[in-house]
Design a protein. Structure first.
Length: 367
């Protein structure tokens, strides 16, 4: 975390990059008696303000829920698969913090933090924007995501031979699609040519610091292995905890269909009324039913890193099933959910990853 010290004021505030679902701490202290902290946050369009009162001569504010509010209008699924796009899953938030002490003297400090719609594990064992190995099942829509700290460029090499550069001009989270023109036979390598695509750790220090790791010229960031000819199964995409889209083609298991009864009632036959015994006849049993289709899917014999990548599908708030291309060759997706459950990762070198897709509710007639 960063610090500001001046004339008895001390303010500890977030690093240059943060995650909306990790603690977003602003702490005021100092030699004088602190009374309040007035925090204004803005992304250029939306503004939020919070005033925190002191306790034991300190003000301790965790503004993560306010930061999450800047992503309320985030639209999922509208992903462009023809050109590189700067994603709205990362936003620059501008802070203005007014500090006040018991003598009614005030001090204002302004700073910016780039927040990502995601989270990291605390302890420094998980790297954001680090090296990854991905799988592209050719014939299906695919993209990879990268965070750029500033202007820079990446180099795509196909089968080990330099192919093309992609330039980015400003900080952000970028979605880079692979298209029909990307015709490598076996794999692509993605290199950071400028050091702008830095890796980040969530350090295990008491102040919850995000720590940058070094990145040099032509540092390999991604390896994308290509699988051709496999078109059967269920192709899913989801947003992982780091805010990147992930993709995988799963093998389909035996589908199950759960039928539940919403209500049962008997409808009287109004033409069969007896003065002594009342209604004697019924037009029949009436039922209102609902149906839920669940499909088990499997990624057979994946390695440890791929298993960890697939695990994020179980907790992702956005999971889509590929439903083919439309007349204009644009991919179509159906929103699905994943059944809650327990996932066990063994020490085996390769193991199956199995989960269950819950399809959208089947619409049926009801009386």
């Amino acid at each position: 975390m960063r610090e500001f010290r001046e004339e008895g004021y001390q303010l500890t505030y977030p690093d240059e990059i943060g995650f909306a679902f990790n603690p977003c701490l602003i702490i005021q202290s100092g030699s004088g008696k602190v009374t309040s902290l007035d925090i204004t946050m803005s992304d250029g369009e939306k503004k939020q303000r919070v005033i925190m009162q002191s306790f034991m001569n300190e003000v301790y504010a965790d503004v993560r829920e306010y930061i999450q509010g800047f992503f309320d209008s985030l639209s999922f699924g509208n992903l462009e698969y023809t050109s590189i796009v700067k994603s709205q899953r990362g936003k620059m938030i501008m802070f203005s913090v007014l500090m006040q002490n018991d003598e009614d003297t005030m001090k204002t400090i302004s700073f910016n933090v780039f927040y990502i719609w995601g989270a990291l594990k605390i302890g420094g064992k998980e790297t954001y924007n680090g090296h990854k190995v991905l799988t592209w099942f050719r014939g299906f829509p695919f993209s990879f995501g990268l965070f750029c700290k500033g202007g820079g460029s990446i180099l795509l090499s196909k089968d080990g031979v330099a192919d093309r550069y992609i330039n980015v001009d400003e900080p952000g989270v970028y979605d880079v699609p692979m298209t029909d023109e990307d015709d490598a036979k076996m794999y692509y390598l993605i290199h950071d040519c400028s050091g702008a695509f830095q890796e980040v750790l969530f350090d295990n220090t008491f102040d919850m610091t995000f720590r940058f790791l070094g990145g040099g010229t032509h540092t390999e960031k991604l390896r994308i292995n290509i699988v051709d000819g496999d078109e059967s199964g269920y192709y899913l995409r989801w947003i992982d905890r780091h805010g990147f889209y992930c993709y995988y083609l799963f093998k389909k298991g035996v589908e199950s269909r759960k039928i539940t009864r919403d209500s049962v009632f008997m409808r009287n036959n109004l033409l069969a009324y007896d003065m002594s015994y009342g209604y004697q006849g019924y037009t029949g049993r009436q039922q209102q039913m609902s149906r839920e289709d669940t499909i088990p899917v499997c990624a057979p014999l994946v390695d440890s890193d791929t298993f960890d990548m697939l695990m994020d599908i179980a907790t992702s708030p956005c999971v889509d099933l590929f439903a083919g291309y439309d007349a204009d060759n644009r991919p179509q997706w159906i929103a699905v959910t994943i059944n809650a459950g327990t996932y066990k990762k063994t020490k085996a070198v390769l193991q199956d990853f199995v989960t269950n897709i819950v399809m959208p509710e089947v619409q049926i007639q009801k009386l």
